[in-house]
Design a binder for this molecule. Structure first.
Ligand SMILES: C[S@@+](CC[C@H](N)C(=O)[O-])C[C@H]1O[C@@H](n2cnc3c(N)ncnc32)[C@H](O)[C@@H]1O
Length: 269
């Protein structure tokens, strides 16, 4: 993966993808690990992956569903999806038999790494992530990577950040598999990537898509949902509309959107 980004926090351990927290031998940790292991998979396609044969594409949303479409000679982008965003995309990976490389298998985007031309800048919300060149709707921007925590560890980390007056970086990723929902808690407070600098907006230009790519651990991937201009701030909506704020943890939203709900969404771990 190509991710060469500089970042302003010298205490941050920069990682290019999610890592599972240390094994604390708790039942909660073992359950988390087992769920992820049961979801690992690879396809046996010998040539170009197609929705009718590729197990990875089929796992994404059933046969005949393709998450990505070709955009120019070498690029692929996300097809806008009418269904809930929380249905995961399963990409082909190094264990698959299909040929590697975008020119052959289009079911691989995220493992390449973030797009070029992202810039961390100071703004009214602390730091924020900005585009330096145009980004078209559907483009994969970057992963929101960090440490995958159990709910207990997330709660502890949240309390530490609050006590030390630091921003809350923890995000919850929800994936729907049929009637099952898997919630993954990602914490880039001390171990993370460029994604941790993306601020919330009530009218965002990016959205979150869960992606499985070469690892049993899911990735929280940020895709543009609108065309983005140079110098525009990259934003996504934290949490879902139905998540309400806890009175004592309310953070005033500074997104400036016309439909701003006033406060950042809040998730109880
Ligand atoms: C994932 S971090 C984003 C990067 C952060 N601004 C920084 O300086 O590192 C999330 C935190 O940024 C701040 N933030 C994000 N979006 C915001 C918004 N729309 N209004 C106010 N603060 C925001 C909040 O402190 C939030 O807990």
């Amino acid at each position: 993966m190509n991710d060469e980004y500089e970042h302003p926090d010298d205490k941050l351990l920069y990682v290019t993808e999610n890592i599972l927290q240390y094994c604390d031998n708790s039942e909660e940790f073992m359950r988390l690990r087992d769920v992820y292991n049961s979801l690992y998979q690879q396809c046996q396609c010998k040539d170009i992956c197609s929705p009718s044969t590729c197990e990875c594409i089929q796992r994404s949303r059933g046969a005949n569903y393709e998450a990505y479409q070709k955009d120019g000679e070498t690029k692929y982008k996300l097809i806008s999806r009418p269904e809930p965003e929380s249905y995961p995309i399963v990409e082909c990976n190094d264990s698959c038999d299909c040929a590697v490389g975008l020119s052959v298998c289009g079911n691989r985007i995220v493992h390449i790494g973030p797009i070029e031309g992202l810039d961390i800048r100071s703004c009214d919300k602390g730091y924020g992530l900005f585009a330096t060149s145009p980004i078209t709707a559907g483009t994969f921007v970057c992963e929101y990577a960090g440490e995958i925590l159990t709910a207990t560890e997330a709660s502890k980390s949240h309390d530490v950040n609050k006590r030390e007056g630091k921003p809350n970086y923890i995000m919850c990723l929800k994936e729907h598999y049929g009637s099952n929902t898997i919630v993954t808690i990602i914490d880039p407070s001390t171990i993370g990537n460029i994604g941790r600098y993306i601020n919330h907006s009530c009218d965002p230009n990016c959205h979150i898509v869960p992606v499985r790519s070469g690892s049993c651990i899911p990735k929280l991937c940020i895709f543009a949902c609108k065309d983005i201009s140079p110098d525009e701030e990259i934003t996504f909506q934290y949490g879902s509309d139905d998540e309400t704020e806890n009175e004592s943890d309310r953070v005033k939203c500074l997104c400036g959107a016309q439909n701003c709900r006033g406060f950042l969404p809040y998730h109880n771990y």
